[in-house]
Structures are given as structure tokens and as C-alpha cells.
Write a protein that binds this ligand. Structure first.
Ligand code: PHE
Ligand code: NA
Length: 430
């Protein structure tokens, strides 16, 4: 059977932005920007976005289209020694990411339901979150999230993934803008803007800030040698890669920056402290909705926004290993989606009972220890594929010209940058 393809350029870009825009944008980015220099954090972030982020997307998409396969096929066809096993590793990484991400998205689904029933305004957010986060109940929501993802992936590339993204992405942008406007027009929003934006140039010049910006960017753009390789493999010869990479990188960043305008002014307007990590979304913001007029409605919009951001990312995760099962095990798509969804649940569900397993095993192994290696393997695979050949490949269908500087850049600069981030995260202690 012929490999599936995207139905349109717009559909592909929607799916790519859908994969990129996720929980990483809505609470990780604003928090990190606030902590690492405010508006000044954008200086390293934007420089790196151009020098590394856009390049990373072009590398993975070119490799995917050039080999017409996901990581297992792509690394093998590129001629990388042990390509099959390295491809398998890239599959396992994304499998582990989905296993923990689905738990967090399950919490979001639970809050979304609470916003529908009006419960959100009556709960004590701290106690509610403590009771939910690591519980048998959370497992149920996690299961529902996985099955929603399975349902979309089972429908295929065009009828499932592309269509879902074409609905969710425009909705996401509208929701985000409504919420950001609501937040910055609250009385006293100024304090939050100050916290978020007040530039601290000294932090922007700090090496640690650059490292944080880089690892944040890799996760945020979904470039770990799996998802974007698969999404690239569904591109047609006359589809554009370079401009789509710029659009995706900017779309992802725009959402991340805007999310800060949504969160901080609202938090400070009600005299709350912006806690780091999960607390921000699951405890602090519900408190904000309880105090804000129209909070029930805006809380509902906010959790819907998170649900769309998360689901459009989880479909891109599951698609990686569903495609591997279709291609390498000759499985039928629906069957593969269901079986692998259940397998993800089997490995992910224990996270709902063990914060240690959730954080130290699933999150750390997949995002810190192995994830960046996937990006490096994809880069090495493309080099092995042949830089000249890759350059011919990326030019096909391109809507803008790719400077020939791209060739030495992907061969020397890009892989070295990945190695440097990888090592530095251990030196700096994450
Ligand atoms: N980019 C997504 C986010 O920011 C996460 C993700 C990582 C999705 C890797 C797919 C692959 O939330
Ligand atoms: Na992202």
C-alpha cells in the first residue's frame, strides 16, 4: 500500500504547529521566561530559534521525506550503522513521552469537566489537585485521553490527524487571544506584565539561560528525531519545507509568548504568586478563575485551550509508533492504534500512582537522557544520507530559497550544538 500523505500544505503546517504547540508552551515557557530574564529571555530564544530551531525542523522533515519513512526506516535507509535499533530507540523515547504526557493531559481533562459542571468555582484548588494528581481516578482520565488520541490516529493521516488539527489549531489561536486580552485588561495587570517582561539583560548573557532556552526549544518544537521525521515522511515532492519550518517555529514561539500574557497579568491582578511547574496551571489559575468575574466561562475556555494544545501533540506522539507498526510489522492502522494505545496505558498508568516513576523514570529518561540523542541521531542520519542529496531534497517544492550555508550548518554547527546542550545539562544540573 502506498504511504499516506498530507492532503494540503495548510493541513501539514496545521499538524506541525499542532505537534509543536503543547503543554510545553503554555506553562513551561512563560515560567522559564519569567525566571530567566523576562523579555530579555527572548534574545537568546529568538537567536537560537533561527540558528537551531528552524534548522532542526528542516533536518527532520528532509530526512523523513527523503527516505519516506519514520525513524526506523529513515535511519536505516540513510545508511546509519545500527539504524534499525537507533530508530527503535527513537520510538521508545516518544512512547515514554506519551506515557507521562497523557497523565498530565488527563488532569487537564478532569479540570475541563470541572469547568463544564461549575465545580471549578467551588473546589479548593490545592486540595483538589493533591487529591487528583496521583490517584486511581487520574488513571481513568489518562485512559480517556489515550483513547481520544487513538480515535484520531486510527482515522489516518488525512482524515484523522490533519482534519483534527485543522479544527483545533484555529480554535486554539482564537481561545488564546480571547484569554490574553481578558487577562491584560484586568485591573492591576501591570504587576504581572512587569514580572513577565521586565528585561534582565544580565540573565540573557548568562550561559545557563542559553542552555535552558535550547533544551526548552527542542522539546517545544517536537524535534527529538521521531515525530517530525514521521510528519516529514508524509510530505509530497511538491510540498514546501523551508517556509513551513519558519512558520512552525514562529507559530510555536508566538503561542508560548502569548501564553505568558494570559497567565501572569491574571495571577498578579489577584495578588497571587506565580508558582512554578504544575501548580501554576492546576492550583494558581483555578484560584484566579474563582476570583475573576466571568471566571466560569474563562476557566472553561482555558482548559479547552489546553486540551486542544495537548491532544494535537499526543496524536503526533502516537503516530510515530503506529506508523512503525504499520510499516515494519505490517499491522493494520486501526488495530495498531488500539493495541499501542493500550500498551502506552499499561506503561503510563503506574505514573498515576508513583510520582517517582512519573518524574525520575518516564520524564527524565525520555526528555533529558535520551530525547536529545534522538535529535542528534536524526542529524547524523541526514549527514550520512548525503548533505548534497539532502540539499536537493529540501529544494523540492520550496517556496523560499534555502541558502547553501544550510549544508555546512547541518554538517558542523547543528550536531555540535546538540552535543553541547546534552553535556551541559548534566554539568549545570538540568
Ligand atoms: N512540543 C510539545 C510541547 O511543547 C511536546 C512534544 C514533544 C510533542 C515531542 C511531540 C514530540 O508540549
Ligand atoms: Na511547544
Amino acid at each position: 500500500m502506498a504511504r499516506e500523505t498530507w492532503g494540503s500544505r495548510v493541513g501539514f503546517v496545521a499538524a506541525a504547529i499542532g505537534s509543536a504547540v503543547g503543554l510545553g508552551n503554555i506553562w513551561m515557557f512563560p515560567w522559564r521566561a519569567g525566571k530567566y530574564g523576562g523579555a530579555a529571555f527572548l534574545i537568546p530564544y529568538l537567536i537560537l530559534l533561527f540558528a537551531v530551531g528552524v534548522i532542526a525542523l528542516t533536518v527532520e522533515w528532509t530526512l523523513g521525506r527523503g527516505t519516506k519513512g519514520g525513524p526506523i526506516v529513515a535511519f536505516q535507509k540513510a545508511g546509519l550503522p545500527g539504524g534499525k535499533y537507533l530508530g527503535l530507540l527513537a520510538n521508545i523515547t516518544i512512547f515514554m513521552i506519551f506515557a507521562f504526557y497523557s497523565l498530565v493531559l488527563g488532569w487537564i481533562l478532569r479540570y475541563f469537566i470541572a469547568s463544564l459542571t461549575g465545580e471549578l468555582l467551588r473546589i479548593n484548588p490545592g486540595a483538589f489537585f493533591d487529591g487528583l494528581a496521583f490517584s486511581k481516578e487520574a488513571m481513568i482520565w489518562q485512559f480517556v485521553v489515550i483513547m481520544l488520541t487513538v480515535a484520531i490516529v486510527a482515522l489516518g493521516v488525512q482524515k484523522g490527524i490533519e482534519k483534527a488539527n485543522k479544527i483545533m489549531m484555529p480554535a486554539l489561536f482564537v481561545l488564546l487571544i480571547i484569554l490574553a486580552i481578558r487577562s491584560v485588561t484586568l485591573p492591576n495587570s501591570y504587576e504581572g506584565l512587569k514580572f513577565y517582561l521586565l528585561p534582565d539583560i544580565s540573565k540573557a548573557l548568562n550561559a545557563e539561560t542559553w542552555m535552558i532556552a535550547l533544551s526548552q526549544m527542542f522539546f517545544s518544537l517536537s524535534v527529538l528525531g521521531n515525530t517530525m521525521v514521521v510528519y516529514g515522511s508524509y510530505l509530497k515532492e511538491n510540498d514546501d519545507i523551508p517556509l513551513s519550518a519558519i512558520a512552525t517555529a514562529f507559530g510555536d514561539t508566538a503561542v508560548a509568548v502569548t501564553a505568558g500574557f494570559l497567565i501572569f497579568p491574571a495571577v498578579f491582578a489577584f495578588g497571587l504568586e506565580p508558582g512554578a511547574g504544575p501548580g501554576l496551571v492546576f492550583v494558581t489559575l483555578p484560584m484566579v478563575f474563582q476570583k475573576m468575574s466571568g471566571g466560569a466561562f474563562f476557566g472553561f475556555l482555558f482548559f479547552l485551550l489546553l486540551l486542544f494544545a495537548g491532544l494535537s501533540s499526543t496524536v503526533s506522539m502516537l503516530e510515530v509508533y503506529v506508523d512503525s507498526a504499520i510499516t515494519n510489522l505490517k499491522m493494520e492502522r486501526k488495530k495498531a492504534a488500539i493495541l499501542l494505545g493500550l500498551l502506552t496505558f499499561a506503561i503510563g498508568a503506574p505514573a498515576a500512582l508513583s510520582p517517582y516513576y512519573f518524574e525520575k523514570v518516564l520524564i527524565n529518561i525520555s526528555t533529558i537522557y535520551v530525547g536529545p540523542i534522538g535529535a542528534l541521531i536524526a542529524a547524523l542520519a541526514l549527514i550520512k544520507f548525503g548533505v548534497e542529496r539532502a540539499y536537493e531534497e529540501i529544494k523540492k517544492g520550496a517556496l523560499i530559497e534555502m541558502p547553501s550555508l544550510w549544508k555546512p550548518w547541518i554538517k558542523y554547527v547543528y550536531p555540535i550544538v546538540i552535543v553541547v546542550i546534552y553535556i551541559s545539562q548534566f554539568v549545570l544540573g538540568g
